[in-house]
Ligand binder design. Structure first.
Ligand code: ADP
Ligand code: MG
Length: 322
């Protein structure tokens, strides 16, 4: 089973940032309002996430680290309209197979917390532990025992940059939650609860928010809202392009094409613009079950999505130009 998990880990956990994403998404699915992240050496030495979510019951701790154990999907209908960020039940099992993972959790109402440790898939018995509430997961020495994999990791600062970008994406999609991030013991990011505008200002800068166009367009079950920046002169702002579909960060050809067309039509501009936009549609209209790490989606009616995005953006951008 460990080998199967290690192979799966190669897919799910390419680098520390992917492991971090799995942990943060679990915290969000668990209803956490506050997410604290501590990284050491770009996440290669330590990735630690502490949340204040519902927690895990003692008897479910081992199960949580087991492959294909998910508490989120009960039947095929659920899979058709996934409402949680995770649903495959392979995130924790994969990470635990290529690291030393310590899981401490206090289930809502429990007298105290419980702790289990998985050393490259070998699970310890649960022991009583101290934790006020929620869940704390430590991932030590990712890929330490798999030098072939470890070789693909870049410098600590590059791995940290990937982790920080992952935090930005999840933070923008969850402005009502608090995020803190530290690296090698130094505070790196502190985001207080607020609305999308406040969160955009914190992540993308005040300048972006002040110059951006606010969008909120609807057509039937479709809604596009958020902030679209004006094209930046000079340096590319590709990094500051955030698009979310039903709360998930995506990078998709249909979406990018529509955005490029709108900017070109209205502003006659080919340069990259920063944006933070949210598309919402009925869960059945989009397949998020494409690949665990790919930030791709498949729309059931991509033509309709394309036309809606183009029309909405064109209208919003034109209104400010007039
Ligand atoms: P998935 O998210 O696809 O269900 P994971 O392997 O990521 O699979 O997690 C397995 C299970 O462990 C989850 O379904 C959930 O029940 C539990 N779990 C993991 N992390 C947390 C957390 N931070 N708080 C509460 N429960 C958690
Ligand atoms: Mg998960």
């Amino acid at each position: 089973d460990t080998l199967v998990n290690q192979i799966a880990a190669g897919e799910v956990v390419e680098r520390p940032a992917n492991a971090l994403k799995e942990l943060l998404e679990n915290s969000i699915d668990a209803g956490a309002q506050s997410l604290n992240i501590e990284l050491m050496a770009g996440g290669t030495k330590l990735i630690k996430v502490i949340d204040d979510g519902i927690g895990i019951e003692k008897d479910d701790l081992a199960l949580a680290l087991h492959r294909h154990a998910t508490s989120k999907i009960k039947d095929f209908d659920d899979l058709q309209r996934v409402g949680t960020l995770g649903f495959r039940g392979e995130g924790l099992a994969s990470i635990a197979s290529v690291s030393r993972l310590v899981l401490t959790s206090r289930f809502d109402g429990g007298a105290h917390a419980w702790r289990v440790e998985a050393d490259h898939g070998r699970l310890s018995d649960a022991e009583p532990a101290a934790l006020a509430l929620g869940t704390s997961i430590e991932v030590h020495d990712l890929y330490y025992q798999l030098p072939a994999r470890r070789k693909f990791l870049k410098s600590d600062s590059t791995e940290f940059a990937h982790c920080a970008e992952m935090v930005n994406r999840l933070a923008l999609a969850n402005p009502d939650k608090q995020f803190t991030l530290s690296h090698n013991g130094r505070a790196s990011l502190r985001l207080m609860r607020g609305d999308v505008h406040k969160r955009c200002a914190a992540v993308l800068g005040d300048e972006f928010v002040q110059s951006a166009v606010a969008i909120d367009e609807r057509a039937g079950p479709l809604r596009l809202w958020g902030l679209a920046g004006s094209p930046t002169l000079g340096k590319s702002s590709r990094d500051a392009q955030y698009f979310f579909v039903n709360g998930r960060f995506v990078r998709d050809k249909v979406i990018q094409h529509a955005l490029r067309e709108a900017y070109r039509d209205v502003l006659h501009h080919d340069r990259h613009s920063a944006y933070c936009l949210f598309l919402e549609l009925e869960p059945e209209g989009v397949d998020v079950n494409v690949h665990p790490t790919k930030i791709e989606v498949r729309f059931r009616e991509s033509g309709a999505i394309y036309r809606f995005l183009l029309t909405s953006l064109t209208r919003a951008l034109s209104a400010t130009k007039a």
